[in-house]
Ligand binder design. Structure first.
Ligand SMILES: [Zn+2]
Length: 135
């Protein structure tokens, strides 16, 4: 588990900018408190190599997923912790997180990521609605 500001950081995926090169689908850790985003420590060196390589080639867009075949669940296994929490609280915190990430996406002007997050938000608010009706 990674910590920042005393809160546990959340695993996600997003786009990072390396000079003029955008690297998509990079496993990231996100601090829900201060909104700091960093490359997931398990793929840090892969990210650096790929970003440098793409930048050196003058490529403007590169997809991390196409180059690095890490098992996603293995990357995030220590990050995502749920189980004992109540499902409504989990959905609510996921919505809050997606909203925070949306602010980040807007900040770095990543329209693709923004669209994905909005889609995710729509799905999660439906889920929340269903859970609320059950309760
Ligand atoms: Zn923080």
């Amino acid at each position: 588990m990674s910590f920042c500001c005393g809160a546990s950081m959340v695993g996600t995926k997003g786009t990072l900018k390396h000079y003029r090169t955008q690297v998509h689908n990079v496993p990231l850790l996100f601090c829900p408190v201060c909104h700091r985003v960093e490359v997931h420590y398990k793929v840090e060196s892969e990210y650096e190599i790929l970003a440098e390589y793409a930048h050196g080639d003058g490529v403007t867009d590169v997809d991390f997923q196409d180059y690095v075949l890490e098992d996603e669940s293995a990357i995030f296994e220590n990050v995502i912790n749920v189980e004992s929490e109540d499902p409504l609280a989990i959905v609510q915190s996921q919505i809050d997180m997606a909203l925070d990430l949306l602010a980040v996406a807007k900040q770095i002007e990543d329209a693709k990521w923004e669209r994905e997050l909005k889609k995710r938000l729509a799905v999660m608010s439906q889920r929340r609605h269903r859970l609320q009706q059950k309760a």
